[in-house]
Design a protein around this ligand. Structure first.
Ligand SMILES: Nc1ncnc2c1ncn2[C@@H]1O[C@H](COP(=O)(O)OP(=O)(O)O)[C@@H](O)[C@H]1O
Ligand SMILES: [Mg+2]
Length: 309
C-alpha cells in the first residue's frame, strides 16, 4: 500500500525534519547554479561539472564524485543537491556499521513495548525523510559502507521508493527533488572497492586538484580576512602544495591551502599588519602543513625551494 499525505509517518517526518529543511526556489539552470554556488556558497565550480550533474539527475541516475580529499566533493555535492531540490539536502556520513535501520528508520524499543511495532513507535531516519520531503541525499564516503548497504541504496534509488515491511508500507518519491550524490576517495587505502553493479548504475565524475589559477580563486573566495594576501605570495603557496602533492604521503588538498592561507592572514592581523608577508606564511605552514613528524623535513625542503628561506 502506498501512503498519502496524512499518513502518520509522513506527518512525523514533517514534524521532525521540517524544522531543519529550509525551502528555496529549485535551480535547474547551469549558469544560475554556478553563480549561486559562488555567491551564496562561496564554491568555485565550473559549468561543465554542474551541467553533468544536472544531466544525470534528469536522466534519473545518481552521481558519484570521486577524487582526493579536500577537493570540495562533500560541500559541492551538498550545495548542488540543495539547489536542485530547493530544500536542504540530507548528508549520510558512511561507516562500516551503517545499515538500513540508521538511514531508513527503526523502532523505539520502549515505545514498541508500550504501543507495539507500529507507526507510533517508528522513528523515521534521513533517507526516508528525504524521499518524503522530496529532498536530495549526499551519501558521503560510500566506500566506508558495506556492499550490502550499497545495494540497498541502489535499489531505493532505482525504484524511487522505500518499503518498510514492518509497517507494510511503501513510500514513493514525490517529485524530482529526491536525488543522490555519492562521494568517494579511491586513494584511501583500506577502504573497499566499489562493485561493478554499483559503478554500472552511477554517473561517475572525477575530481582532481585544481589548476593553480583556480586554486588561487578558491583561496581568495574563502580567505575572509582584512589582511591582504599578495598575488605573488599566494602563487608561491600554491606551488608548495602542488609540490607536496607529488612528494609527500600526506597530500594537501585545496581545503588545506585555504586553511594555511587563513591562518597566515590571521597572523598578519595579530601583528597589526594589513598585508600578509612571507614570515606569516612560513609560520602558518608549520601548523597547517606539518601533518606527520616524519614528513616535516620534506615540507621544510619544499618551503626552502619555493620561498628561498
Ligand atoms: N571548488 C571549491 N570552492 C571553494 N572551496 C573549495 C573548493 N574545493 C575545495 N574547497 C575547500 O575545501 C573545503 C571543502 O572540502 P570538502 O568538501 O570537505 O572536500 P572533500 O569532500 O573532497 O574532501 C571548503 O571548505 C574549502 O575550504
Ligand atoms: Mg568529503
Amino acid at each position: 500500500m502506498s501512503v498519502d499525505a496524512d499518513d502518520p509517518i509522513v506527518r512525523k517526518v514533517y514534524e521532525i525534519y521540517g524544522q531543519v529543511v529550509e525551502t528555496r526556489k529549485p535551480v535547474r539552470n547551469p549558469d544560475e547554479m554556478v553563480r549561486i554556488l559562488r555567491d551564496e556558497y562561496r564554491l568555485i565550480v565550473d559549468k561543465r561539472l554542474v551541467s553533468l550533474v544536472l544531466a544525470a539527475f534528469m536522466a534519473g541516475r545518481p552521481v558519484l564524485f570521486e577524487g582526493p580529499p579536500g577537493t570540495g566533493k562533500t560541500e559541492i555535492g551538498e550545495a548542488i543537491l540543495t539547489l536542485w531540490a530547493g530544500k536542504t539536502a540530507f548528508v549520510l556520513p558512511c561507516s562500516e556499521n551503517y545499515d538500513e535501520y540508521r538511514v531508513i528508520g527503526d523502532f523505539h524499543p520502549l515505545m514498541a513495548m508500550k504501543y507495539g511495532f507500529n507507526e507510533e513507535s517508528y522513528i523515521p531516519r534521513p533517507l526516508l525523510a528525504a524521499i518524503i520531503l522530496d529532498a536530495g541525499v549526499l551519501v558521503d564516503e560510500i566506500r566506508r559502507s558495506s556492499e550490502e548497504f550499497q545495494n540497498m541504496l541502489l535499489d531505493i534509488i532505482d525504484k524511487r521508493r522505500i518499503i518498510v515491511p514492518e509497517l507494510r508500507k511503501v513510500f514513493r518519491a514525490r517529485g524530482p527533488g529526491f536525488q543522490v550524490i555519492f562521494t568517494s576517495n579511491p586513494e584511501d587505502i583500506g577502504q573497499g572497492e566499489l562493485s561493478d553493479a554499483f559503478l554500472r548504475r552511477v554517473v561517475r565524475i572525477r575530481f582532481d586538484y585544481p589548476p593553480p589559477e583556480r586554486e588561487a580563486e578558491i583561496v581568495r573566495i574563502r580567505l575572509d580576512s582584512r589582511a591582504k594576501l599578495p598575488d605573488e605570495l599566494l602563487r608561491s603557496m600554491i606551488a608548495v602544495v602542488n609540490e607536496l602533492r607529488k612528494r609527500a604521503s600526506y597530500k594537501p588538498g585545496p581545503a588545506d591551502t585555504v586553511t594555511w592561507a587563513r591562518v597566515a592572514a590571521r597572523l598578519a592581523e595579530l601583528r597589526g599588519s594589513d598585508t600578509v608577508d612571507v614570515r606569516d606564511v612560513i609560520e602558518a605552514a608549520t601548523v597547517t602543513l606539518y601533518k606527520r613528524v616524519e614528513e616535516e623535513e620534506v615540507v621544510d625542503e619544499v618551503l626552502r625551494e619555493v620561498f628561498g628561506v
